[in-house]
Design a protein. Structure first.
Length: 308
């Protein structure tokens, strides 16, 4: 238990308790994002959604950097490694969210969001390859259990027929986990301030998103509901939530326990998908989720330390 105490609302609050509150707030926000994605995609295409959300996130993170008086630090980072930050910006948010949002556009929200949670499995397997380590039996078992959940979800439980609603959507949802895992491994070796680095990523990505939107769509957005949903995504998928999660990881003395909380999000998300989007939750989705989450949690806890 951390010995540092803070007083909030008349109560003494330890670092670990603050970390828990930050993490739970982040999980709550992340659980709303699948619903926000689908609401936004009713009015906007993926390029417009990416542009608005990335711009919103960049503005918010820049505000955090300014309040923290880290603007000089950010400019210093940019002068040191412009190529690195531009390359990372291309991966996330540009490539990652284009792939993920397209998957959401092609699939029911429940399928896209649950399949996306195989990122922890992908991350651990990719980290093993990067570190040159051999797969162990436990890794193979976790992979088999987790990806069998994907098959159950994609086929809606009719595994024998292998009929998939959108093969492209499922493939893209899985590819998004590979892109995210690659981004995490590259970014894990960056010892600079995480929030400042993320701010740079989004600031550099905004012109790229604008270019993509201008070429393949139109930056002109006339739908207020779509704009509002896209701003929400920028705030609570990419912006505020990342800051909260970063603060939770910095404050806690028990990173593994905090990290495992992220797997509460898909369960909360399914409730919102059913309640707000009126999308009936299939039994196959719950079965798939109950296969994916334990496998993903196991891989998350067993992640090789060299990748951290």
């Amino acid at each position: 238990m951390s010995r540092t105490d803070y007083r909030a609302g008349g109560f003494l609050m330890t670092d670990d308790r603050r970390a828990l509150l930050f993490a739970l707030a982040a999980v709550l926000f992340w659980s709303t994002v699948a619903t926000a994605f689908k609401l936004a995609l009713r009015y906007l295409d993926v390029f417009q959604l990416l542009l608005v959300a990335s711009t919103t996130s960049a503005a918010l993170l820049l505000g955090v950097v300014v309040v923290r008086k880290q603007l000089g630090l950010m400019l210093g980072y940019l002068r040191e490694s412009p190529g690195y930050f531009l390359g990372v910006a291309v991966i996330n948010p540009c490539i990652y969210y284009l792939i993920l949002l397209t998957a959401y556009d092609l699939l029911p929200a429940q399928q896209a969001q649950v399949i996306n949670y195989t990122w922890a499995i992908t991350l651990s397997l990719l980290a093993l390859l990067v570190l040159g380590q051999r797969l162990q039996l436990r890794d193979v078992l976790a992979m088999c259990v987790g990806y069998s959940g994907v098959v159950v979800i994609a086929t809606r439980g009719d595994i024998a027929s292998l009929q998939v609603e959108s093969v492209a959507g499922v493939v893209l949802a899985l590819v998004s986990t590979l892109v995210w895992a690659s981004y995490w491994i590259i970014n894990a070796r960056n010892r600079r301030d995480k929030v400042v680095s993320m701010c740079l990523n989004f600031l550099l990505a905004v012109p790229l998103c604008l270019l993509l939107c201008s070429v393949f769509s139109s930056p002109k957005i006339s739908s207020w509901p779509g704009l509002g949903a896209a701003v929400y995504v920028g705030l609570f998928e990419m912006g505020i939530t990342f800051v909260l999660w970063s603060m939770a990881l910095q404050a806690t003395t028990r990173i593994a326990r905090i990290s495992s909380l992220i797997f509460l999000a898909p369960f909360l998300s399914l409730y919102l998908i059913q309640t707000v989007l009126k999308e009936p939750i299939h039994a196959s989705t719950m079965i798939g989720l109950l296969l994916i989450v334990p496998a993903a949690m196991f891989q998350q806890l067993q992640r090789p330390k060299g990748g951290e």
